[in-house]
Design a protein around this ligand. Structure first.
Ligand code: 1HN
Length: 345
């Protein structure tokens, strides 16, 4: 590809005149905005270890009362995007949230979609549009765009969860805002009796439906499905399930996709390079995450992210199964028609 002319090849007078009229030349920047073959991601492969996060989060519990925080969260920021921008990737925000016994994080609703993946502790709950969802280790709880949600805690130990939001994308679109609400009346304890576990073997449905029939995806039940799939002689490929809208088979949310992958003892799964960034969070077990440039040894409650088109190996280094929660940007990329998968090299 031709090397294009740079800014400093233009006369200063000309640049000044452009600026006066709010104009810029495209060609000095063309290779930046449209790099050949693949994007140049700002997202860096990065890991955040729970052993580092937990003490600092518990200290936040002493330093800042919940009333002064509303949501007591340490953000898992990707240095490639600048820590202050609070992005794990261009689309995904990650945070670890602490709620102490008897605390209450008041009701609100906002335009970004959020999910919680429960990391540690018992007795907390999230109420989503009147549906009280207990928070047990490994559960996935949706708080989709525009739905009221609040967190409470009837137990007696700190509860910590991972928040995943599409905040960077929605904020970039200048579409991010919140509305405060009143304490919710509990009107439902969920729809698990109707829809079952809410996960299916990962494959790719394309159906349309904007509603959210299910909010809580029980880890106990999801884990059983993973084990059954691992035993299923018919099943080929990674033991992975996607969290879906059980009425439509579509991804459970519109922008970020969620799945759970099981690695058998000592199993290696080689992921195909994909056009979206991905986040890996260990629900239980040990996994080595090999990306193009970096290798992370992750244990329970650790989290890592990898940029688009990474060639990733997930290696279970132990003789116990390992369960990995995965968040990716595939749903939004598919909707926009920019999603692709490549062969490994
Ligand atoms: C939010 O509403 C929660 O409801 C957590 O727990 C993290 C990060 C950014 C914006 C809104 C919550 C958030 C958030």
């Amino acid at each position: 590809m031709e090397q294009l002319a740079t800014l400093d090849e233009l006369p200063t007078r000309y640049l000044h005149e452009l600026k006066q009229s709010n104009l810029v030349p495209l060609w000095p920047s063309l290779r930046n905005v449209l790099p050949p073959q693949k994007p140049i991601p700002q997202t860096l492969a990065t890991a955040w270890y729970f052993k580092d996060i937990k003490p600092l989060l518990l200290e936040a519990g002493e330093l800042t009362p919940i009333q002064k925080a509303e949501r007591r969260v340490l953000v898992l920021a990707n240095p490639g995007h600048g820590l202050e921008n609070m992005k794990a990737s261009s689309v995904m925000y990650l945070g670890m949230q602490l709620l102490l016994p008897k605390e209450w994080a008041p009701a609100h609703r906002h335009t970004p979609n959020a999910v919680r993946l429960i990391v540690e502790g018992e007795g907390a709950y999230t109420t989503v549009e009147g549906q009280k969802c207990l928070m047990e280790h490994g559960d996935l709880i949706l708080t989709p765009s525009g739905l009221w949600h609040e967190h409470g805690h009837d137990g007696n130990e700190p509860v910590i969860w991972l928040d995943v939001l599409d905040l960077p994308l929605v904020y970039y679109m200048e579409a991010s805002y919140v509305q405060p609400g009143d304490i919710q009346k509990v009107t439902s304890s969920g729809n698990a009796h109707r829809y079952g576990v809410g996960v299916v073997p990962t494959c790719h449905f394309i159906r349309e439906n904007a509603s959210y029939p299910m909010m809580r995806y029980s880890w106990k039940e999801t884990r059983k499905v993973l084990h059954a799939l691992a035993e299923d002689q018919q099943h080929q490929g990674p033991v992975e399930v996607t969290y879906i809208n059980p009425e439509t088979g579509a991804d459970c949310q519109n922008i970020i996709g969620y799945s759970a992958l099981m690695l058998r003892p000592h199993e290696t799964v080689q992921l195909q390079p994909r056009s979206c960034a991905q986040v890996f969070h260990v629900i239980d077990g040990q996994v080595m995450v090999k990306t193009d440039e970096k290798i992370f040894d992750l244990g329970k409650a650790d989290t890592a992210c990898a940029p688009c088109f990474s060639q990733i190996d997930l290696i279970n280094t132990s003789d116990q199964p390992c369960y990995v929660f995965i968040a990716d940007e595939a749903p939004v990329q598919k909707k926009l028609g920019v999603y692709s998968v490549r062969e490994r090299h």
